[in-house]
Design a binder for this molecule. Structure first.
Ligand code: GDP
Length: 483
């Protein structure tokens, strides 16, 4: 990210479109001075003298001498009694440090239209503010100590949450749940590290700073806490990012119909993404609180032409990417080699065999199905009718329980939802593992201290006590402008 903390940054903080209000956000220690020339309060007070966190009605003026892109606006609104009024707005000043960024913040609450917001934004830029980069407000909140890194990430998770459970997890993290659990372990290790280092420094003297038993017990305790957190990560990722569920089956078994039956009523966010992969359709649904990306693939058939190869390739690709696979079989037709071929390609991926068309007489027995089921496949069979909807609700219950076997969100414990946190926890655990071995092998204090330091530094990365510009840039660039 370019630009330092001394810059005044501004951005439209609400989505661009038509809405009741749209908000322009300005932040920086000189934000009030920067905005003052374009804000003329109806009360006549200067902006620098208003009460913090109070709304004031104001005319927003275009800076004299500047060419105004929204010039037409001043005429059409009829509010140009000075020839320079571009908007009537509510203005709020939030003085440092009691603001989101920790700096002086001014928000201008305008009418919610793209042109009006852009014009007011341009007026701010003409007064010396610069356009904020993606996530720059939140990055400043972090750099100014208003949020730690997990909380900054939780801001984005809150905005993006697709189900009530993912929102709950994001809010837990925003309140500092993860940082305090990780901090507890880290603090204990840091103080132990201090003892180990003291023992190294005063090795000549006959003082015991820490006993091996005590050290071993603490490492064991820390490893247990960290392992407990790591265990929640698979389901945590699914709850935050959503699970990928792929529907496979030969042509005409009813894959699209099953997909439509699942989508009906529960479609959360409609984002058909045609053409990402040939013939793969995607849609998001909310399956009992779990966000699911449902993918309907083209029918896979066994032939000797290149389609066969393409089908096999896709089947493998789908298996690799999916958290769960629904293999649709046609209950109204005998099983075929194509069905067997699809089942063979699944490996050990979690899988539900959806016996569709249950409204028609079934043409195969469970014994016949067993014959074509590969041994390693851990599949559950469910009968449904995409046509009548029978069995679809039960299928959803089953999908939920296969994707999320526990209810991590219901427990009070911490749930790991980010790969970044998981990788830091794993590195911390490795450091502790090595430290434990070093103690058993009676290695010198320096070696134990190095391992403990690896662990404490990895834990420090989670909340951002230890961070690099590269990591920060990567995290904040995911945000939208204005956040
Ligand atoms: P796909 O090629 O696997 O995606 O299959 P489609 O969803 O296009 O369905 C193929 C045919 O099966 C269509 O004529 C559907 O109307 C029919 N079909 C799908 N599901 C059912 C079902 O549950 N019962 C009956 N009777 N027909 C179904």
């Amino acid at each position: 990210m370019r630009g330092g903390l001394e810059d005044t940054i501004c951005a439209i903080a609400t989505p661009l479109g038509e809405g009741g209000i749209g908000i322009l956000r300005v932040s920086g220690n000189r934000a009030i001075e920067a905005v003052s020339p374009l804000v003329q309060l109806r009360s006549g007070k200067p902006l620098s003298q208003v009460r913090s966190h109070h709304l004031y009605l104001a005319d927003i003026l275009w800076p004299s001498g500047e060419r105004c892109a929204g010039a037409g606006l001043t005429q059409s609104t009829g509010r140009d009694h000075r020839g320079r009024v571009i908007e009537e707005a509510l203005v709020v000043v939030m003085r440092s440090p009691r603001s989101f960024t920790g700096e002086n913040v001014v928000e201008i609450h305008c009418h919610g239209g793209a042109l009006v917001l852009q014009t007011v934004c341009e007026a701010c830029l003409a007064h010396g503010a610069r356009l904020a980069e993606p996530g720059e407000f939140t990055k400043r909140a972090f750099l100014n100590g208003r949020l730690d890194l997990t909380q900054a990430e939780a801001v984005l998770d809150t905005i993006r949450a697709k189900t009530t459970i993912s929102l709950k997890l994001a809010q837990q993290q925003l309140r500092g749940g993860l940082s305090s659990e990780v901090g507890r372990v880290r603090d204990a290790l840091v103080s132990m590290l201090a003892h180990v280092e003291a023992a190294i420094d005063f090795a000549e003297e006959d003082i015991t700073f820490v006993g091996h038993e005590e050290l071993r017990a603490l490492i064991q305790w820390a490893k247990e806490r960290i392992t407990q957190m790591i265990k929640t990560s698979q389901e945590g990722r699914i709850l935050r990012e959503g699970a990928t569920v792929t529907i496979l089956g030969k042509p005409n078994v009813g894959k699209s119909s099953v997909m439509n039956a699942l989508l009906r009523m529960d479609r959360a966010i409609v984002t058909p993404i045609p053409g990402t992969t040939r013939d793969v359709l995607e849609d998001f649904i909310n399956v009992r609180g779990v966000p699911v990306r449902l993918r309907d693939t083209a029918g896979i058939r066994v032939t000797s032409d290149p389609v066969e190869l393409e089908g096999i390739r896709r089947s493998h690709e789908a298996r690799r990417e999916a958290d769960l696979i629904l293999v649709v079989l046609d209950g109204a037709e005998p099983l075929t080699v194509e069905d067997a071929e699809i089942l063979r390609g699944l490996g050990e991926t979690k899988c539900v065999i959806v016996a569709n068309k249950a409204d028609l007489p079934c043409q195969w027995t469970s014994a016949e199905l067993s014959k074509i089921l590969p041994q390693e496949l851990n599949a559950v069979v469910r009968q449904v009718s995409a046509k009548t909807g029978s069995g679809i609700e039960e299928l959803k219950d089953l999908m939920r329980s296969l994707l999320i076997s526990n209810h991590p969100e219901a427990s009070e414990g911490v749930v790991i939802t980010h790969v970044r946190h998981l990788s830091a926890l794993q590195r911390a655990n490795e450091g502790l593992e090595h430290a434990g071995v070093s103690i058993v092998e009676g290695l010198p204090g320096e070696v134990i201290a190095t391992d403990l330091r690896i662990a404490t530094e990895a834990l420090g990365e989670i909340s951002g006590e230890i961070s690099t510009d590269e990591v920060l840039d990567r995290i904040f660039s995911e945000f939208c402008i204005g956040k």
